[in-house]
Design a protein around this ligand. Structure first.
Ligand code: DGL
Length: 277
């Protein structure tokens, strides 16, 4: 049976993560699920993000996935812990705990973020949902307790990206606005994390408005390195992941739109299948 690694996002953003996973770990099969019909998640309640995410994770399990990566910060912040603690033991019971796994993108990022900063001041750009969850602040404290963390919610950025406006002059206004606000919180910020998987599409504009010496971090490479390490440490899961180098793509909205847009995020042509949850 095909047992791909599931990669989930509210829309296209997770493709920026999938791209790096495929580059680092090309041997595995992957199935990507974008919940485009219900994006954005960043402005939705905890309960709604949890229910939507759980529904998608269940579907990926039904497709044979042993391992699902929530390639979405908002879902990682608002749904991951509940799914791991409450749902997995029921959905995927095993002798020594759940026999399927769900991982997020926040933990791997917070494990390394402090290594990039010289001033000890980092900025987090994210959706409102991720910012208000305080997940980054709480998790960074565990690994880098002396780091000062400044957050800025950028609610307009996901709609700009989802609507293909990331390169338009209109995007400049909102990119500049939030970078200025973030830097206004501490001019000593020298590391800026794009803590939303949609934001790498705005990288050129972010670079333009951020201080020239600031390090701008995208999560793709970090998550890929962390997954490679995870698979090494968990042979019981690794051996369950099929390895034919296959990729498939599911969307809860129109495949035509998905195929056109997703190609930009993923970097190569995509043929998706529509999914009704
Ligand atoms: N890509 C998602 C993230 O990383 C958020 C997109 C959304 O608001 O739906 O947070």
């Amino acid at each position: 049976m095909n047992q791909p690694i599931g990669v989930f996002d509210s829309g296209y953003g997770g493709l920026t993560i999938l791209r790096e996973l495929v580059q680092t770990l090309p041997q595995y099969d992957y199935v990507y699920l974008g919940d485009n019909a219900r994006t954005p998640y960043g402005t939705r309640s905890f309960e709604t993000v949890y229910l939507y995410t759980l529904e998608c994770v269940r579907h990926l399990f039904d497709r044979g996935c042993r391992l699902v990566v929530l390639a979405c910060n908002t879902a990682s912040a608002k749904a991951l812990r509940n799914i791991q603690q409450l749902d997995l033991p029921i959905l995927a019971p095993g002798l020594d705990g759940p026999n399927r796994r769900v991982l997020g993108v926040i933990r791997p990022t917070t494990e390394v973020i402090g290594n990039y900063s010289k001033t000890g001041n980092v900025g987090i750009l994210a959706t409102r949902g991720t910012v208000t969850s305080e997940s980054y602040v709480v998790e960074i404290e565990k690994f880098f307790p002396t780091l000062s963390v400044f957050q800025e919610a950028c609610p307009m950025w996901v709609p700009l990206v989802e609507n293909g406006e990331y390169d338009s002059p209109g995007a400049d206004y909102f990119v500049k606005q939030h970078i200025d606000r973030l830097m206004g919180k501490s001019p000593a910020i020298d590391t800026i994390l794009l803590a939303c998987t949609h934001y790498p599409l705005l990288l050129n504009k972010i670079r333009q408005y951020a201080p020239a010496n600031a390090t701008i971090l995208s999560q793709g490479g970090i998550v890929a390195a962390s997954l490679a390490d995870y698979l090494k440490r968990h042979p019981e899961i690794e051996t369950q992941c099929s390895k034919h180098g296959q990729r498939s793509f599911l969307t809860t909205d129109s495949t035509e739109d998905f195929d056109r847009q997703a190609t930009i995020f993923y970097g190569e042509a995509i043929r998706s299948e529509q999914l009704t949850l």
